[in-house]
Design a protein around this ligand. Sequence first.
Ligand SMILES: NC(=O)c1ccc[n+]([C@@H]2O[C@H](COP(=O)([O-])OP(=O)(O)OC[C@H]3O[C@@H](n4cnc5c(N)ncnc54)[C@H](OP(=O)(O)O)[C@@H]3O)[C@@H](O)[C@H]2O)c1
Length: 170
Amino acid sequence: MKTILWATLTANGNYAQSGPEHPPKQEALDDFATHAKAAGNFIVGRRTFEGMRASGGGGAFAGMDIVVVSASIKELPGVTVAGSPQEALSYLQEKGHQTALIAGGADLHNACLGHGLVDELIFNVAPVLEGKGLNLLTDQDNYQYKDVQLLDFKALGSGVIQLRYSLGRS
Ligand SMILES: NC(=O)c1ccc[n+]([C@@H]2O[C@H](COP(=O)([O-])OP(=O)(O)OC[C@H]3O[C@@H](n4cnc5c(N)ncnc54)[C@H](OP(=O)(O)O)[C@@H]3O)[C@@H](O)[C@H]2O)c1
């Protein structure tokens, strides 16, 4: 099973945050929906899932396998809860999915990168700048430097640019 980490970055390289005052660009949301539909699933951290639920954004994903990663919660209605990213991936693999889409947020993405669980990166760079914010880290404690292979790039509209990279994991 291939694992894809999907994330929106800001033009100054932060991991983009969103909320009612700064909603994500529609093009990025549409792109996420396209990838989630293609995969038939997505994995999401508990905090991001709660944000999605509060904004009423879950309806578009009816019928998909949604896996919420949480160490503190064991059950949530309508979704599968996994205690770790590895458990979430095992669940989707056992269900026969060919691709797992890792949707964020930053904690979950960094855990997946740190454990070497990611095959491919999809970054949508939004035309916004942020001050102090979140970052994607391949290692939380040490300096690391790793080449990745550019697979594709394209404009999604409204100034959003998509970059796609392979991590060459296998
Ligand atoms: N730029 C993007 O593409 C993108 C995508 C999604 C979200 N976001 C933004 O990201 C922010 C939220 O991200 P976040 O980092 O605060 O939270 P998050 O990653 O969505 O959720 C964090 C929670 O997920 C669980 N979790 C994460 N890693 C785990 C692990 N290795 N094992 C067990 N449980 C784990 C824990 O839940 P428990 O505490 O329940 O144990 C943890 O508190 C928001 O600002 C949102 O707007 C951005």
